[in-house]
Structure formats: structure tokens, C-alpha cells
Design a protein around this ligand. Sequence first.
Ligand SMILES: *Cc1c(COP(=O)(O)O)cnc(C)c1O
Length: 469
Amino acid sequence: MASNPDLFPDMERMAAVEDLVTARLADARSQYRQRPALPEPPTQSWFDNLADFDFEHPQDLQPLLDWSIDALETGMVHTTHPHHIGLFNPAPTFPAECADRLVNAYNPQVCFWSAAPKLVAIEEHVLRQVAQRAGLPRQTAGHFTSGGSEANATALWCALTAVEPRFGQDGVAAFAGPPVIYTSCESHLAWVKLAHTTGLGRNAVRLVATDGHGRMDTLALEREIQTDLSLGHVPVLIAATAGTTNAGMIDPLSACADLAEAYGMWCHVDAAWAGALIASPTRRAALAGMERAHSVTIDGHKWFAMTMGAGMILVTRPEILEQTFDIDTMYMPDDEGSTNYYRTSTQWSRRFVGLRMFLSLANAGWSGYAAHVDHAIALIDRLVDTLTKAGWHLANESPAAVACLVPPEGPESVDRYLTAALEQGGFWISKAKLDGVPMLRFCVTNGRTQATDIDTLAQFLKSQMYETA
Ligand SMILES: *Cc1c(COP(=O)(O)O)cnc(C)c1O
């Protein structure tokens, strides 16, 4: 007898419910184009309904699943909709979905080798292959993270530990002066909260100016480093961005590596989204210089289209990872000499995230990912081509699949287009600001988006133009 038959039903019952879930998911998937890309705002009666779950009265699972599916259907932005031309959140690959389903059933613990040796080896293999594809040196090590934010945090902790070996014992006070970090004003601004939570303080972040094209201005960067040195600050980290959130721009990665080398700093490349360009033989040159970084962030759950919670941090000096996260405990098994992620990362209990990337890469190959990346770029090029011919202005020249466009009526009309696209057009698009100027931002993240979807979007936007004949 199980402790509780609701929590641990018998095999027959589980199989029956699972079949039902599979059927419901198949039905939901078949609706991916019909359902609105946007969520319905929750009504008062829905909130009342939610509040009624006081957890005092056990209920049947089947209607609960139906209720949950309904919340998912109507309560979220659907990245699986081909008209989601949105932020970097993807429609997940099918192999990644399968991986999650398998991992859910087994629930392995991959934080130490002897708990799951084959699974740890699979993750290590995937990370090595990704590092190699990114041109990073042989000894590169890393791990899966909850996302780009944890990966970037890991880079910061490594930078502090590498630049001041006493940081681990004495904290920020170990530095000869206040440590400072550099990233561009177009970077993912999570760096600011990382500086806060790491104890550097928000003022430790230098948001370096861009060069007029959304890329870090490395002359301005060097000037700031010199000013900081003259003030007794300690430059610790250059965090270059490869694929800015607004405009998909890539900082001058080699120049950043040169400066980091010259001033004894850690060089990190945040390629959370655009890191997927490594897959494409014709596009990867855009990331040249990334191979010189000390650490690189690539998110699986961005352009690699993993389910959520699949970041990667790659570190070319594995001994720094060990120094940063090492800990000896009485209760963990003695797995000396093998990979123990709890001793090289901030997570302890660890989900087997790597199977998603393993199955996706093994199933589609790098060539499959190259096609995925090239397809998205071709669609964005197509949209840019149509709209610029109609008088729109392209404000970014990204080598990746994101375009920032200003409507012919000017930046003041951006909100009008945005509302129309969301409310009447059924498209989920976003807004960006470059150098203070608002614009519409288009990013293809869904492998099922097709040229006809892009043409429908372009047609819709053109129909909203005042001067349309
Ligand atoms: C998405 C993103 C992040 C944050 O990553 P999460 O996975 O959302 O934590 C950081 N940097 C860049 C460039 C990103 O695109």
C-alpha cells in the first residue's frame, strides 16, 4: 500500500491518466495556430475559483488537470504560436519535451557522480561539444544552470575569485579597493542586481556607452577602466554581450578580450541568446573573439529552443570553478576525482536538464540547428525587406534574428502599431528603445513560424499605415 493513493496511484490508474494527458496535449497542440497568442486577463470569477482551493478537501486529479490545462491555454503568452514574434522565449523542440517527460518519471539527482554516473557523463559530453563548437579550449568545463542569470552570476563569482584569490575567505574587503565590473548600457541589466546581491553594490557596475550601433564602445570602456584605476578601484570583469536583448548586437569580443588581458581582468561573454549562432557554419563568424573569453553564457532555453530552465555556463579555467564552489561535507559520498556538480556550481540538488540538449542535438545534429538559426534569420530579413520598402526604418544591423524598426510615421506611432498588432493582428511583438528612441522589435523564436506568417504580419502592419493608398 502506498502512503497515499492520490499521490502514489496504482499503475493502472497512472496509465489511464497519462493517456488522457497525452490526448489532451495532442488536442492542445493541434490548436497552436487557432488559439490567440495572447492571454486572457484573469476575471474575478477565475480568482474566486482559485481561492476556493483551500486544500482542505482532496479532489479528483482528472478535473484538476482539465482546470490546469485551461489555465495554460488561456493564461499565457503562447510562444508555440507561430505569430509569437517576441522576446527570446522559444517554442520548445519536441526532443526537449520528450526529455522532460522521461526525466520527470525518473527524477534523477545529478549533483554528484555516483548518484547518476551515466547521466552526469551525458551532460559533460553535451557541454564539451557545445564548448568545442564555440571554439573554446579543450579544458573548458561548465554546467547547466537555471538560465542566463545564474550563468552570469557564476561568471561574476569566478571573476572575483580569479582576480583576488582571497575573495573567497575575506569577501569584497579582500580587494585593494572597491571592485568594479564593466558591461555595456545595452547589456542584460541583470548585472546590476548581481552586483547588489554579490555585495559589490549597484554602483560597482559601469554601464559603458555604445558606439552608435548598440555595441560596447571599447574606447569608452578603456577610458572608464583608467579612470577607475586612478580612483583606486579594482577592475574585475568585462562582461561583453553577444546578442543584446534589445537589438541582437554583438560587442567587439576580441577588443574586450584584449582589454581584459591588458588590465588583468576576467573576460565573460554573455551569449545567452545569440550563442546559437555557433550552429551555423555561415553565421558563426559573427561570434569571433568569443573563444578568447574566460567564460561564456549560452542559454538552452533561448535560441536552442529548450524548455525553460536550461542555461549553460562554460568556464575555460575549471580550477576557478572548483575554488569558487568547493565544499567538503560529511554527508555527501566521497566521489573524489569525478564530476560533482555540487562542488563546481551554486546549485545543490540538480535536475537532469542536459538530456534536452542531448536529445535535440543528437536527433537534429548541428546541421539541424544551423537550419533552425538560418530559417529565423531569413524570416527576419524577409520582414525587414518588405517593411523598409514600405518606408520603415531599420535601426539595428544584427547578424541574428532580431529587427528593430521605426514606422514611417516616426517613433511616436510605435505604441499605436504595437496595440494594433497585439489586439487586432493577433501577433505578439514587443517594443524596444535604442538610444532613447522607441521602436518595434521583431524576433523569430519559433521554429514553426513560416514565410506566410511573416507576410501576414507585414501586410497587417502596412494596413495600419496612415499613408496607405
Ligand atoms: C535572457 C538573457 C539573460 C537572462 O537569462 P535568463 O535565462 O532569463 O536568466 C541574460 N543575458 C542575455 C543576453 C539574455 O538574452
